[in-house]
Design a protein around this ligand. Sequence first.
Ligand SMILES: [Zn+2]
Length: 78
Amino acid sequence: MRNVRCANCGETMEIIKIDKYSKPHGVALVSAGLLFLVAMPLEALLGLVLIPFGLVVSFSKKDVWNCPACAAMVDRSR
Ligand SMILES: [Zn+2]
């Protein structure tokens, strides 16, 4: 595995997994979906779409390079 050096401080970077999207957004989507499902029969179908979408948003992870020295992060695809 190739080493990647931090652009800021020259420290060797390590791969970590972080949430791909912000978790509160996913939770909000699931909550809205549940609310539609329970409270609004006409929007229940929308709820059925929102819930799995929210779960995907909540649990998607991506690999990034993280510098242990200065906490700089770089997308691994770069
Ligand atoms: Zn650094």
